[in-house]
Design a protein around this ligand. Structure first.
Ligand code: UP6
Length: 250
């Protein structure tokens, strides 16, 4: 066996939201997370209605939304429950614990009141994700290694982030460009069928490479889907590609 199955992985993951994500993936046969990097709620909701059946998670950058509101979040939450997918806020927190905590609980977005999963950098060290007082059904994804060209993380940094991730029970997984311990879920952004690089330094790999070479569990796809002329069809293509790539590694 080249990798462990989602079923086996679920046994190794202790956090309820990590288990829930795997359950959704198995039920809907999709390891696709769509990154809805759009600046108007209307366009996000339009996209979600097209792709909701095909994804296990929807990733947002809520701080780019011009007309953010609670009615938008409540509506999105409702669709996420109906269509069975999780909401990820790609906040990439990176400050000391007390500031991270304020950014999670307060301000306009009150992330902890609705997000299932939030991303964090660990530049400030292991204590920066302690005492965040997040709800027990909310999980963290650490950023060990970015997809971008010229990323500053070296092997030593990445190893340290992975170690901290394994020790903190609120962490369900990580973003990295390499195989990681089976007890972490591995999320892979920078996915595109044919593009290798974009003009602002992001690097792309095919879903097959993500599963074969990097040991990915979930692919994160943004522009390849939401900028396409037929997001519904493209989401289905990435869902299929991700699922086949997973099955081929078993
Ligand atoms: N993202 C990356 N690389 C990382 C971590 N996160 O691209 O290492 C995020 C970006 C964007 C999405 O912030 O929201 O994943 C990728 O979108 P794209 O597919 O349109 O490039």
């Amino acid at each position: 066996n080249k990798r462990i199955s989602y079923e086996e992985k679920k046994e190794k993951i202790s956090h309820p939201i990590g288990k829930k994500l795997i359950d959704i993936t198995l039920k809907k046969k999709t390891n696709l997370i769509v990154s809805a990097d759009l600046i108007d709620t209307k366009n996000i909701l339009k996209l979600v209605n097209l792709i909701g059946d095909r994804i296990c998670g929807l990733k947002l950058h809520v701080d780019i939304i011009n007309d953010f509101s609670y009615s938008f979040i409540n509506y999105l939450k409702k669709i996420s429950e109906e269509k069975n997918f999780l909401l990820l806020e790609d906040r990439k927190l990176g400050d000391v614990s007390s500031t991270n905590s304020l950014q999670l609980h307060y301000g306009i977005h009150k992330i902890s009141s609705w997000a299932d999963i939030v991303t964090v950098h660990l530049l400030a060290g292991s204590m920066s994700i302690q005492n965040l007082n997040i709800p027990s059904n909310m999980g963290l994804i650490t950023i060990s290694e970015m997809s971008s060209y010229g990323k500053l993380s070296n092997d030593n940094y990445i190893r340290k982030v992975l170690n901290i991730s394994l020790k903190n029970p609120e962490v369900i997984g990580t973003v990295a460009q390499r195989k990681v311990d089976d007890r972490l879920l591995l999320f892979t952004p920078g996915i595109h069928f044919y593009k290798k690089e974009n003009n602002v330094g992001n690097r792309y790999i095919h879903p097959i490479q993500a599963f074969k070479e990097k040991g990915s569990d979930f692919i994160i796809v943004g522009k390849a889907i939401f900028l396409s002329e037929n997001p519904k069809m493209m989401a289905e293509e990435y869902r299929n590609a991700g699922w086949k790539a997973y099955e081929n590694e078993l």
